[in-house]
Design a binder for this molecule. Structure first.
Ligand code: WT7
Length: 635
């Protein structure tokens, strides 16, 4: 399963295309199955219907935990670095993690959770979050982790969509010098969530919380009531493992569904190869487990590989902008996997924060979540990797489960800004607007996939038609990624960004429609249109054009701040617009469609050539918008 040379990569790639079933069966055999599969793959991209390792039975936690007890029981599985560097690190060996997962699995059972039930997890980045996730998987409950930055309303939407019966949370979270309430936010959410019967609350920040009799129980108290033995539930390869909500160009976020067998094989295979993981390596992925990167490359991929995964509760800039480098030095990190937005932000603080930290343990650097600009790539290469660590710019999505287009560290020749080449099993193609394949090199188009890989999403929870519609209908027979892409003369892929109405703000995926809906909830707002614009640190910033009622009682700055507060309340602080421009109208076609192309250009500050505006209902509105000041809002 290990690729060691570029020739082996090419050989593996060829094998994966000529005989995908044989290729993946060989890899899957390295895992522990209760029963072998009868057939490797069945698929069509029309319904869509994709099944891997059909008839195979397993439990992913036996692969992530039990399997390693023979020879790695005392090896650290998780190293936890707290928010406050003066507080002690927590190390969970594979044995300790196994015991805790079994215990908490028993806690879940005690609280009525059964195979197939949905459990919402809203927690800070603490070891117990890993325990909670794996405990669900152990008993076959489907976890739905909600990122700690989302609002009560967003939690409620997700709980209701999946009909979760239990929520796992903590009193609060530490974030730099701030404490963030968690249980309070869950309490607000649960006002509208009749499906929830129990809330399990971890004591973490020791802040006071309301505990409701009959519904709320303490993590610590529950853990004392159970044993550390819990037989793993036998799962079908295609049973659901988890739901993770992600934003699209329309409507509410959808619940991307991943299943047990294929996801396990794919995350472990990609983890080991892309990072060229060696036994004993310390792997530090800075993502939050609330996103797919954390699911796949803090938890499942590394643990299914018997690796040591470092989890960090805090932020990169507290107590100062040297925190990442302090952690790398302290724990002798070998593999660092982070996002361009973090690199750009730290770059801005200067090299003084890098100096004085021994970064010589680093062997491999990774980047994920958004296009990495050349300046950030070189800064990372020069100052963190000291020009001796390969950078893997990994392109993938919540829906893909794991990395699809990426260099293999030290094996694929890298090129700044390029995700380079597809991994074995991945068959990308570029298509034009009409869906016609664009062949050859030195071309660009919309990025699609023509063949399934084991980690591909299976459905969107509770609404299979939405899955078909979103990913498999734009170009029949293909999976459409939503990204634009360039393939250069060397056949290298460069992702150019979303071609749909999805923004990528600091690596967070946000739908423009979602933000518009939230803005429109503000009492004084008549209509709004949201677009992205280039932002030095965030990659993209959120620009909102707002038609507001004529409010003579409040000044515009206050109205602006109220809009931000409204968006925070409806979605969460990550979706707050960076700029709000009040306008008297929006550029619409005669059929009432907003011409976002024009709004995007104005937001980018490029008003010289707005293209054809003759189809607009009222071209004068464009002049007004152009003349309007671009106001940055702080809140
Ligand atoms: C979107 C997926 C991949 C896990 C984290 C984000 C963008 C992701 C890259 C990259 C350029 C990238 C794409 C993609 N993206 N990685 N290396 N280079 N763009 O997962 O929230 O599902 O977002 O992030 O636009 O479609 P996600």
């Amino acid at each position: 399963m290990r690729i060691r040379t570029f020739d082996q990569y090419q050989e593996a790639y060829r094998h994966s295309v000529e005989d995908p079933e044989g290729f993946w069966a060989e890899i899957a055999q390295e895992f522990q199955w209760r029963k072998p599969w009868k057939r490797v793959l069945q698929w069509n991209f029309e319904e869509p219907n994709v099944k891997w390792f059909i008839g195979g039975k397993l439990n992913i936690t036996e692969n992530c935990l039990d399997r390693h007890l023979k020879d790695k029981a005392d090896q650290p599985a998780i190293i936890w670095e707290p928010n406050d560097p003066t507080e002690p690190t927590v190390t969970l060996t594979y044995r300790m993690l196994y015991d805790q997962v079994c215990r908490f699995a028993n806690v879940l059972k005690r609280n009525g959770v059964k195979k197939g039930d949905r459990v919402c997890i809203y927690m800070p980045m603490v070891p117990e979050l890993a325990v909670a996730v794996l405990a669900c998987a152990r008993i076959g409950a489907i976890h739905s982790v909600v990122f700690g930055g989302f609002s009560a309303q967003s939690i409620a939407d997700r709980i209701n969509d999946a009909q979760c019966s239990v929520v796992i949370t903590s009193d609060g979270a530490n974030r730099g010098n701030k404490q963030i309430p968690m249980k309070d936010t869950v309490d607000d959410a649960l006002i509208g969530c009749p499906s929830v019967k129990k809330v399990i609350v971890l004591t973490h920040t020791r802040t006071a919380v309301a505990m409701l009799k009959g519904r709320d129980v303490w993590w610590e108290t529950e853990m004392k009531q159970v044993t550390a033995e819990c037989e793993a539930e036998e799962m079908d390869a295609e049973d659901m493992l988890f739901i993770l909500y992600t934003s699209g160009s329309t409507g509410k976020p959808k619940g991307v569904v991943h299943t047990c067998g294929g996801y396990m094989v794919y995350t472990a295979y990609t983890f080991q190869n892309v990072f060229q993981y060696e036994p004993g390596d310390v792997h530090f992925c800075t993502a939050d487990i609330g996103w797919i990167t954390g699911h796949s490359y803090i938890l499942y991929g590394p643990l299914a590989s018997g690796a040591t995964s470092l989890m960090f509760e805090g932020v990169p800039t507290w107590p100062d902008a040297g925190r990442f480098w302090d952690i790398v030095d302290k724990h002798k990190v070998n593999i660092l996997y982070t996002a361009p937005t973090a690199i750009r932000s730290l770059m801005g603080f200067g090299l003084d924060y890098v100096k004085g930290h021994d970064l010589s343990s680093l062997r491999i650097l990774g980047s994920v979540g958004e296009p990495i600009n050349e300046e950030a790539w070189h800064w990372y290469d020069d100052n963190i990797g000291k020009n001796r660590c390969p950078i893997v710019d990994t392109w993938w999505q919540t829906e893909t489960g794991g990395m699809l287009i990426t260099p293999i560290a030290g094996i694929t020749k890298t090129k700044p800004g390029y995700a380079t080449l597809p991994l074995p099993g991945v068959q990308p193609l570029l298509v034009d607007e009409a869906g016609k394949e664009i062949e050859g090199n030195g071309v660009s188009g919309n990025l699609c996939m023509k063949f399934p890989w084991p980690g591909i999403l299976r459905t969107t929870y509770g609404d299979h038609e939405r899955c078909r519609q979103t990913y498999f209908s734009a170009y029949p027979g293909l999976y459409f990624t939503g990204d634009g892409c360039l393939r250069d003369e060397d056949g290298y892929y460069r992702i150019t960004g979303r071609v749909d109405d999805v923004l990528n703000v600091s690596g967070h995926r946000i739908g423009t429609a979602e933000v518009e809906n939230a803005i429109n909830m503000h009492t004084g707002v008549i209509e709004s249109a949201v677009v992205g614009y280039p932002h030095d640190i965030k990659g993209q910033g959120i620009y909102a054009y707002v038609i507001a009622e004529n409010d003579t009682d409040h000044d515009v700055d206050l109205v602006r701040r109220d809009i931000l507060a409204t968006v925070s309340r409806i979605i969460g602080p990550i979706a707050k617009p960076d700029k709000i421009q009040f306008v008297s109208g929006l550029p619409k076609t005669r059929s009432g469609k907003i011409m976002r192309r024009i709004l995007r250009k104005i937001a980018e500050g490029d008003t010289s050539n707005l293209g054809d505006t003759t189809t607009l209902l009222d071209p004068a509105v464009v002049e007004e918008i152009k003349a309007g000041a671009l106001v940055e809002v702080k809140a």
